[in-house]
Design a protein around this ligand. Sequence first.
Ligand code: FES
Ligand SMILES: [Fe+2]
Length: 350
Amino acid sequence: MSYLRNTWYAVAHSHEVTETPMRRVILDEAIVFYRVGSGAPAALFDRCPHRFAPLSKGKLIGDELQCIYHGLQFDRWGACVLNPHGNKAIPQAARVRSYPLEERYGYVWLWAGEAERADPTLIPKIDFLDDPKFTSIQGYLAVDANYQLVVDNLLDLSHVEYLHPMFTRKEGVDSHKTEFFSEGDAVFANRLKPNSSVTALARMSWADAPEKGDGRANMRWTPPSVLTFDLGVTGVGAPIEEGLCTPAVHLLTPETSLTTHYFWSQARNMKLDDRDLTERLRIALNRVFVEEDKPIVEAQQQEMGNETDIMALHPVLLNPDIPATRARRILARLIEEESAAAARTTSLAS
Ligand code: FES
Ligand SMILES: [Fe+2]
């Protein structure tokens, strides 16, 4: 399957990458992640070029990753630096691909394309994760479905009233004002709920919330699969800063064409030090994603078999599908442009 390559993907929570090598498949490629003595994370293609043993089964000797099978050692840039055999000469082909990594917001980000184009300023901005006015919780789901089905799920929140009883407002689906628009390659799906009842979930963080408030659930997609979510409620007519803000981010990284790494973070601007609340929110949100969203998205994929593009199966489209359809088109165009540029470079070089 084709993916957008020259972009950053969230691939791990920072705490997952340690001096013990960890194998994780990203965009159909097995990669070994580990951390060297300086604290820098490293990522190499997880296959020793000798007899193809996974390097993740090996161990670190100093900063070098030693293959478990015959002991070749590789530095963090993928060069073989030690061959314990024969005359100890290092064959020229004894190197593995290394991947540029950055760490930000508690995530490790991997650049999946041409290493020389890796630009840390292109990492998505998730300011609330760095802002002391917020506290946040994190979660992860392994989803057995193509990542774009998860994007569809998040860009079409009309499912909330049906799938998520916890978020449901008494007023029902008709009380929402929705607006869809694009800015450059970003797609927005906004849902405003003026003068509507405050949900049970919001009340967990905002104890003296008014009976009614102006709610908002504004989703923003940027390629390839980053969704930032401006979620909150404020007193009717009151400024946003006075209310509850629970911004979130959902980072979807293809594992394979049919499986997805789903990282999420959700913050709140109230009761920052209430650890018990943090734990209750983590459990509540995780339950919603694991017991409600994940099963339906996986069931969709099962219905689709090995097809990765739902549009190829000619689904019926409804009004709330507009943003997801637009996002799919933008991503398809970007992938096509990237492939065309790569083909041009190859033909110039040959
Ligand atoms: S397979 Fe890695 S050293 Fe032989
Ligand atoms: Fe959902």
